[in-house]
Design a protein around this ligand. Sequence first.
Ligand code: NAP
Ligand code: MG
Length: 508
Amino acid sequence: MAQPSMQSSYPEVHSEVRKFIGGRSRRMLIDGKWVEAASGKTFTTYDPATEEPLAEVPAGDKEDVDRAVRAARKALESGAWPRTTPSERGRMLWKLADLIEAHGEEFAQLETLDNGKPVAIARVADIPLVVDQFRYYAGWATKVEGETIPVSIPGQRMLCYTRREPVGVVGQIIPWNFPLLMAAWKLGVALACGNTVVLKPAEQTPLSALRLGELITEVGIPPGVVNIVTGLGETAGAAIASHPDIDKVAFTGSTEVGHLIMQAAGASNLKRVSLELGGKSPNIIFADADLDQAAVGAANAIYFNHGQCCCAGSRLFVEQKVYDKLVPRLVEYSEKIKLGPGMDPSTDMGPLVSSEQYQRVTSFLKAGKNEGAKVATGGDRPKQLDKGYFVAPTVFTDVKPDMKILREEIFGPVVCAIPFKDPNEVLAAGNDTEYGLAAAVWTKDIQKAHRLAEGLKAGTVWINCYNMFDAAAPFGGYKQSGFGREMGKAALELYTQIKTVWVNLGEA
Ligand code: NAP
Ligand code: MG
């Protein structure tokens, strides 16, 4: 069995993080108890900056998912959860947010060690967004309301009203790019609405969800309400998608697996499905934009989280007139990015999450070169780093519409820069993709900006900004980027169902 090891060049690792990955991570949360996988098996999660084993976690599979679903069902139907008032649920979520905030440094370090992201970014982006997510939905717990409906039945007086009820037992399968944040996006709203949950974190990054489970029990959320099953997608994940007693599955990850989730839901019990999938988002810069702002915006759009963002601005369209001005600025910016281990506070960009992801991204780099695209910068692993899954920030130019690097989601720090002549041309090119998660437009012309915002087939359009997120703002996809909106009031739709009640009040 692999021994957790951490490089001696990480002097700042929090003592609680050391304790957690040194032992407690070997158990997962089912029915309020910390248990091993039924099979007794574990798997190893790695530090992508060193390629060394980081911790062992339970390899949960179908049997564990069954146990977790039984616990979630019991907690939903007969346990303490239905007896908890909305106000109490809200207070628990608020308290959970406070506890996460109090342990923020531990969480930031766990994310960095497991995922590779710079700890400086995890501290100011991931963790505050997680805290805010729980606070936001703490507020909603007391506001999940039905309606009274003015019905028209001749000769009869009727009271007709709706109740917004929980969907039930919810399976949540999350990815590795923002491990704790994706857990928060899914858990906050599910709990506010009164559901119970079986959550499966990604095999590459299971640690922060397990630590979150400890805080969930600490705030008094009753046993079985949240179950956290670590395991592989093909076993634990597939068992959730096809489980006959799960009422809804929420999935974030690849479009390919999204298809499998829907098939499994259809082949089993027609559980409700919401999917947040991949993207190939167009980032459109017009000549009349503030080019200083737009150049930095273009870099942040693609390089945030090392390009491992479903909404990454991976297709950069630049108006012909300023193409030769803007692309060199982006190249210059790219070359200043400091790559290194995420635990080094001076690092701008860490390694990719895993060896598979490294293979995947570097194979796209090869494909781009083979297909004749020009590497304006990057294109390989950085020479100065001999270990860790690092890829240099890369800008491709001379990209043709049918090239693989322009059509497929790379999920790495790789952007294709493409010139365009006018708004109609770029609107058509921007929409020429099977995806539709996000898009951005940079211009000072408000007419052009809003026309584009209307025409772009994407779930989010940013104007003169990129990667803006807020717990109150809905997020989700058009086309094969999925369906259902997470965050904001919109997410309540995914986690409640409407019951219509008719009451006969006698003759009119
Ligand atoms: P993935 O396979 O879609 O993984 C996402 C989640 O689904 C993980 O928890 C995974 O578990 C689980 N899963 C995998 N196969 C499953 C199955 N057959 N049934 C049920 N659950 C299953 O994503 P990936 O392989 O990690 O990354 C591949 C590509 O997906 C990336 O390059 C990127 O294009 C895309 N991606 C998108 C997002 C996003 O935010 N939209 C996030 C991550 C990846 P395991 O990890 O344990 O296998
Ligand atoms: Mg890892």
